[in-house]
Design a protein around this ligand. Structure first.
Ligand SMILES: [Fe+2]
Ligand SMILES: [Fe+2]
Length: 347
C-alpha cells in the first residue's frame, strides 16, 4: 500500500476505499452561534446542527418547539457563569465557626433553614419538569435550567445541613399549597408562566433576602451560606429577566398575558399567600426572621422594623427587574399592586 503523507491524500484514499466521509464536510459548516431556527422540526434528540438520520422514531414529541416560547439572548454566557461559580456545601462553608446559640435564635435559624430547604426543592423540581419537554435545538435554554437545578440541589443540601449542624434540627413545614390569589409556581403550565412566577417574583424575593444575609447570620458559616446562595440566585433571576426582555421585544402580543402573571405574583408577594416571599406578612418564616433580625424572641419589635426595611428593598429590586425586562409600564400606569407601592413609598 502506498504511503500517505498528508491529510488530504488520506481522505482521498479513504474515499477510494469506499468510506462515506460526507460527515467531515460538517467541519466547514459548523460555526458556533446562537440558535436561529424559529420552529424546530427536531423530535428525535438530535443534537442541534448535527446531521439527521431517517430511521429514528420521533420519540421526543417535545411540547416546546417554537423559539419564541422559551428563548432569551445571552444564555450561553450565563451558562458559562453558572459553570465557573459552582461550590460545595462540604468544603466551602466554614462549619467550624458555628457555636452554640441561645435556644430562640437556634430555633429561628432552623425554621428559616427549613423554609429554604423546602422552597429550594420547588425551585429545582418545577424547572426540572420543563427541561425534557424542550426541543434539543434550543439547548441553550435547557443548559441554564439544568444548571439552575444543580444550584438548587446545593441550596437544598446546604440549608438542610445548617438545620442539623447545631442541635436545632428541621422545624415546621411551611404552607405553599394555599392558592387563594391565583396560580402558584408549582402549577405553571407553560415556560413564560413559570419564569414570571419563579424567576421574577419568587426567586427575586429570596435573592434580596440572601443579599441581606449578614443581618440574620450569627457566624461566618451562615454568612458564607447566604453570600454564596445570593450569587447563585442572581443567575436564576437573570434567566427570567432575559426571557421577559426577549418576550417584550419579540413577542409583544403576549405582554398582557405576562402582566396578568405579574398581577398574581405581586398579590402573593404582598400577602404572603403561597409562602414564596419569606419576608411577607402572615408567614411563619417572617416570625423566625423577626427573632433573628431583632436578636431574640423578646426583641421582635425591633426585628419587625428591620423586616419592613427588607420588604421595601425587595420591592425596589422587583421594580428594577420590571424596568430591566421592559414591564415597568405597570408601575407608571397604576397597575402595580397598591400594597407594594405602599411598601415602596411609605407615608
Ligand atoms: Fe435557590
Ligand atoms: Fe433559585
Amino acid at each position: 500500500m502506498a504511503t500517505v503523507t498528508n491529510r488530504a491524500d488520506y481522505w482521498e484514499k479513504a474515499r477510494e476505499s469506499g468510506f462515506d466521509l460526507s460527515w467531515l464536510e460538517q467541519l466547514k459548516e459548523n460555526i458556533q452561534g446562537e440558535t436561529t431556527n424559529e420552529f424546530s422540526e427536531n423530535n428525535t434528540g438530535r443534537v442541534e446542527g448535527s446531521i439527521p438520520r431517517g430511521n429514528v422514531p420521533q420519540f421526543g414529541a417535545y411540547t416546546f418547539r417554537t423559539k419564541k416560547d422559551i428563548w432569551a439572548h445571552n444564555l450561553t454566557k450565563l451558562y458559562q457563569e453558572f459553570v465557573t461559580r459552582q461550590w460545595s456545601s462540604a468544603t466551602d462553608i466554614p462549619w467550624e465557626t458555628i457555636e452554640p446559640l441561645p435556644d430562640d435564635i437556634e430555633a429561628a435559624e432552623c425554621q428559616l433553614a427549613t423554609f429554604f430547604a423546602q422552597v429550594e426543592f420547588v425551585a429545582s423540581d418545577v424547572p426540572g419538569r420543563f427541561i425534557s419537554t424542550m426541543s434539543p435545538d434550543y439547548h441553550e435554554v435547557r443548559l441554564v435550567l439544568l444548571a439552575q437545578v444543580m444550584d438548587e440541589s446545593r441550596h437544598l443540601d446546604v440549608f438542610r445541613k445548617r438545620a442539623l449542624a447545631n442541635g436545632g434540627g428541621l422545624m415546621r413545614m411551611i404552607d405553599t399549597v394555599s392558592d387563594v390569589v391565583g396560580g402558584s409556581t408549582d402549577n405553571a403550565r407553560e415556560f413564560t408562566e413559570l419564569s414570571s412566577r419563579l424567576h421574577i417574583t419568587g426567586e427575586g424575593n429570596v435573592l434580596t433576602l440572601f443579599r441581606l444575609g449578614e443581618l440574620m447570620a450569627y457566624n461566618e458559616a451562615e454568612k458564607a451560606i447566604y453570600r454564596r446562595c445570593a450569587q447563585d440566585e442572581a443567575r436564576h433571576v437573570a434567566i427570567g429577566v432575559l426571557h421577559l426582555r426577549y418576550m417584550n421585544e419579540c413577542n409583544p402580543e403576549r405582554r398582557e398575558e405576562i402582566h396578568s402573571y405579574l398581577d398574581e405574583g405581586e398579590s402573593r408577594q404582598s400577602s404572603g399567600a403561597g409562602g414564596e416571599n419569606p419576608a411577607a406578612r402572615n408567614v411563619l418564616t417572617s416570625e423566625a426572621l423577626a427573632v433573628l433580625l431583632g436578636g431574640g424572641k423578646d426583641k421582635t419589635d425591633e426585628g419587625q422594623k428591620i423586616l419592613m426595611a427588607i420588604r421595601q428593598r425587595q420591592t425596589k429590586e422587583y421594580f428594577q427587574r420590571l424596568k430591566s425586562a421592559g414591564f415597568d409600564d405597570r408601575i407608571t400606569n397604576g397597575r402595580v399592586n397598591p400594597a407594594l407601592l405602599e411598601v415602596y413609598n411609605p407615608n
